[in-house]
Design a protein around this ligand. Structure first.
Ligand code: CMP
Length: 134
């Protein structure tokens, strides 16, 4: 069965949106296989966002993602990678549609509430970075 990584980012944790986001994915019918709260190390943050290294927003991204605790969730379900990406909405707050997580809760490109894996290769790599035993 397909798995994906959903990260509830520090902005959402601070704004007390954790329950709201977990409720959305549970009500959709996805299964939570693993869940933990963690303030991640610089090393894990750099591994996670390796594909963005060199981009102009990279250092802001690393500072943001290590600024406070995250909630890291492994979800499982048929086609869950695409399903959770659709639920998250566009990275750009301007383009994210109402009804999506970012569309409902974010106005910013960087501080955009959640991260979700974009492919099965990324999901495998990202889950391994945070959950050694899965
Ligand atoms: P995420 O889905 O976690 O993947 C990469 C992250 O980089 C993205 O969400 C945003 O938090 C951030 N990001 C992507 N593009 C930009 C941008 N143009 N400016 C600022 N931050 C960005």
């Amino acid at each position: 069965m397909e798995k994906t990584l959903l990260i509830i980012k520090p902005d959402a944790v601070e704004r007390k949106l954790v329950g709201e986001i977990i409720q959305r994915v549970e009500r959709k019918g996805l299964e939570i296989k693993a869940l933990k709260m963690e303030k991640i190390s610089l090393e894990k943050a750099e591994n996670h966002y390796i594909v963005h290294k060199g981009k102009e927003f990279y250092s802001n991204l690393i500072n943001f993602i290590t600024s406070g605790p995250l909630v890291l969730i492994v979800l499982e379900g048929k086609d869950c990678i695409k399903i959770v990406r659709n639920m998250a909405g566009s990275t750009s707050a301007v383009e994210a549609m109402p009804g999506t997580i970012r569309g409902d809760f974010s106005t910013d490109m960087l501080e955009n509430i959640v991260h979700t894996s974009d492919s099965s290769e990324s999901s495998e790599r990202e889950i391994k970075n945070f959950f050694k035993n899965l």
